[in-house]
Design a protein around this ligand. Structure first.
Ligand SMILES: [Zn+2]
Length: 111
């Protein structure tokens, strides 16, 4: 199976790693024969999902549709936030002598 990459930050998402997948396909309506395109799978890592959901709406109708769906996920259960937080802690842990809580507050918005 091919490895996937976050659409936003391009980090590699290994199989089974926590992420958000957006599936998209197109289909004809009211036209015979009915045609259906292949499905595309677009992935976001937890940090980018939370960051997108917390941020202002993007431009473009398709982007806004995806943004609303991701906001739904991020807003309905803290599990995705938790995953992003765990990843962030992992990154912070690699940095020398992390500051106290104050230095972490804006980290989600610094992509
Ligand atoms: Zn990402």
């Amino acid at each position: 199976m091919e490895n996937l990459y976050c659409l936003r930050c391009n980090c590699e998402l290994e199989a089974g790693q926590k992420s958000v997948a957006v599936y998209m396909f197109a289909q004809t309506v009211g036209i015979r024969p009915r045609q259906k395109s292949a499905a595309q799978r677009i992935c976001f890592c937890p940090q980018c999902s939370v960051s997108l959901a917390m941020g202002p709406p993007p431009e473009g109708a398709l982007n806004i549709a995806a943004w609303k769906m991701i906001r739904d996920l991020v807003g309905s259960d803290p599990a995705l936030n938790q995953a992003a937080w765990e990843n962030l802690r992992g990154i912070v842990g690699l940095l020398p002598a992390a500051e106290t809580d104050g230095g972490r507050a804006g980290a989600y918005f610094e992509f």
